[in-house]
Every structure is written in structure tokens, then in C-alpha cells.
Write a protein that binds this ligand. Structure first.
Ligand SMILES: Cc1cc2nc3c(=O)[nH]c(=O)nc-3n(C[C@H](O)[C@H](O)[C@H](O)COP(=O)(O)OP(=O)(O)OC[C@H]3O[C@@H](n4cnc5c(N)ncnc54)[C@H](O)[C@@H]3O)c2cc1C
Length: 295
């Protein structure tokens, strides 16, 4: 039903997931998080562009963002979605655009994480990561999705890039895009089980893992694996999305683990926030309330 709602209604319950529409909003929220000992990964909203010329505009905005956040001494890095840079239009152009961004991140002593999008993008996003990791070994990381049937093989196939001086850095999430059963596991517990297997494997291999989840069950399992493998606190971090599960987040920080929040901002908020709204267990109530208010 969400796409049928007027944007202004969707915005009312979307805005909690977005730091704001401008770079200053992202800066303000990032500063607040830093003050609470939480790092950030900042994301400029926008995806699946239709014209390659839009990529130039987004690239300039990312470059400004990195320079500004570096100048303001924000403790954080940046996340990019390759479909924003033309992945589905021209793979080579997409690589060059992200290369330019990582180059600026390198000059600013920062880091770029490549988000993982839907299965149409997976192989190309891994290929872009592979090239960039060779160009800038310590400046790029990738997201892997536990629900994808291919993920454990993908992780193994990237192990040649796990260098002692620049280990692989992966964010492990469940996966948000709707995929067919042939491509992705569908069962709730089945996805959790694969998440745990992938997490254990990566930590055993010395890969730096961003444990990205709000699922308390997985967080407890992560604590157990970290303790069992005696993983030092600087070899992993927990990650959560802006606006989701702040109490659980604080409990992780209070236990002394690194925490990073994904901070999206920008005008293209609709696609991102409707994915978040669909994951919100209280969404039905929000919709019902909005319908009553509308009438
Ligand atoms: C930092 C970060 C980056 C991510 N990057 C990617 C990416 O690049 N590619 C990708 O496919 N996916 C990405 N995701 C999304 C991820 O794949 C999941 O879809 C999302 O995290 C929900 O899964 P969960 O592990 O929190 O478990 P869930 O079972 O979905 O949620 C566990 C509990 O968390 C709470 N919760 C979760 N979502 C919400 C919400 N929106 N509103 C209110 N409460 C909520 C609820 O209490 C829920 O019961 C990212 C997630 C995080 C945290």
C-alpha cells in the first residue's frame, strides 16, 4: 500500500529513519552520535539512476561530503550504493565514479563501504570491490547478505584479498531486497543460522566484521562467538540503522563494543525509507493511524 500513499504522509513516519535532507542535517546527527561514543557511516540517498549524467552530480556530492566530514573531524566513514553511480547502465563508468570517491577518501584517511543491493547487482558489486581493494587495500569494504545462497562461497572466493596489513572488511547483514527462493534463503531462522555461520567463519579468518543487525538473538550469538574465539574488540564492530532500536544499541555500547550507525540523508528518501517501513513490526499501526487522520 505504501506507494499509494501521498509522499507527505509517508514522510511523517519515514523521517525517523533519515537524518535529514541536507549535509548539515547529517552532520548534526553524526555529531550527536559521536558524542555518545558511536561512529557513523554516512549515506547519500539515491539509487538505480536512469541517466549516467546523474552519477556525476552524486559523485560531486560525495566528494563534498567526505571533505566536509573530514574537516569537521567526524568519527565515521561513508557508504555508497553502486546503482547510484550507474552500475546497471555502464559498469566501467560506475567503477570509475566510485574510484574517484575512494581516491578522495584515501587522501582524507577515510574509508568507503560498498553497500550490497539486489541480486542483479551482486556479481558486479563484488567485481568492483575486488578492483578497488587492489587499488586501495585499506580504504574499501563490502556488504555481504546472509540470506543469499551464494554468500558463503563469495566470502571464500575473496579470501585472497585478506591481507595481514589490510584485512578484508565486511558488513554482514541479513539482506533486505525481495529475492526468489532459488537465490536467497527465505526462512527467518534459516537466515539467522546462515548469518551465524558466516560470522563465525569471518571472525575465524581475521576478517574485520561489521555485525549489522537489530536482532537480539543474533547479537547474543555474536557475543558468544566473540568470547569463544577471543576476538579483540578492535577486530569487529556492531552496526545499526539510524532510527532503529536505540535502546538495544545503547546496551551494546554500554558493554564496551564498538558501534557504528548508518546515517542516511538526502532528498531521495522514498525508496530507502519504504524498505525500512516494511521492516518495522509496528507499521500496520502507523498505516491505520495515517488512514484515520486522513479521513
Ligand atoms: C548498518 C546496516 C547496513 C545495512 N546495509 C544493507 C545493505 O547494504 N544491503 C542490504 O540488503 N541490507 C542492508 N541492511 C539491512 C539488513 O539486511 C536487514 O534488512 C535489516 O537490518 C533488518 O534485519 P535485522 O537483522 O535487524 O533483523 P529483523 O528480524 O528484521 O529485525 C530484528 C528486530 O529489529 C527491530 N527492527 C528491525 N527493523 C526495524 C525497523 N525498520 N523499524 C523498527 N524496528 C525495526 C524489530 O524489533 C525487529 O523485530 C543493513 C542493515 C544495517 C543495520
Amino acid at each position: 500500500m505504501l506507494p499509494l500513499f501521498p509522499e507527505r504522509i509517508v514522510w511523517i513516519f519515514s523521517k525517523k529513519y533519515i537524518s535529514g535532507q541536507t549535509i548539515n542535517d547529517a552532520l548534526t546527527e553524526s555529531r550527536k552520535l559521536n558524542q555518545n561514543k558511536i561512529k557513523v557511516s554516512v549515506d547519500l540517498l539515491g539509487e538505480y539512476i536512469k541517466n549516467l549524467s546523474d552519477a556525476d552530480h552524486y559523485k560531486e556530492q560525495y566528494i563534498d561530503l567526505i571533505k566536509r566530514f573530514t574537516a569537521e573531524k567526524i568519527d565515521g566513514h561513508f557508504s555508497v550504493k553502486p546503482s547510484m553511480f550507474g552500475l546497471l547502465l555502464d559498469k566501467e563508468a560506475c567503477y570509475r565514479n566510485i574510484y574517484d570517491i575512494v581516491k578522495v577518501a584515501d587522501e582524507c584517511n577515510s574509508f568507503i563501504r560498498i553497500d550490497m543491493e539486489d541480486s542483479e547487482c551482486t556479481s558486479d558489486e563484488i567485481a568492483i570491490f575486488r578492483r578497488l581493494k587492489s587499488d586501495f587495500p585499506a580504504r574499501v569494504g563490502l556488504v555481504v547478505q546472509a540470506y543469499m545462497r551464494r554468500t558463503s562461497d563469495d566470502i571464500k572466493n575473496l579470501l585472497d584479498l585478506n591481507l595481514p596489513e589490510a584485512p578484508l572488511s565486511f558488513r554482514l547483514c541479513k539482506g533486505i531486497y525481495i529475492e526468489k527462493e532459488a537465490i536467497a534463503y527465505q526462512g527467518y531462522q534459516e537466515i539467522r543460522d546462515h548469518y551465524i555461520d558466516d560470522l563465525r567463519f569471518m571472525l575465524q579468518k581475521g576478517i574485520y566484521v561489521g555485525i549489522a543487525t537489530h536482532d537480539q538473538y543474533l547479537i547474543e550469538k555474536a557475543y558468544e562467538i566473540i568470547e569463544e574465539l577471543n576476538v579483540p574488540k578492535d577486530k569487529y564492530e556492531f552496526q545499526m540503522l539510524f532510527g532503529v532500536a536505540p535502546n538495544l544499541r545503547q546496551s551494546i555500547v554500554d558493554r564496551g563494543h564498538r558501534m557504528r550507525v548508518y546515517v542516511p540523508y538526502g532528498k531521495q528518501w522514498f525508496g530507502y525509507s519504504t524498505r525500512r517501513l516494511k521492516e518495522n513490526p509496528n507499521m500496520v499501526w502507523h498505516i491505520l493511524k495515517a488512514m484515520v487522520v486522513k479521513q
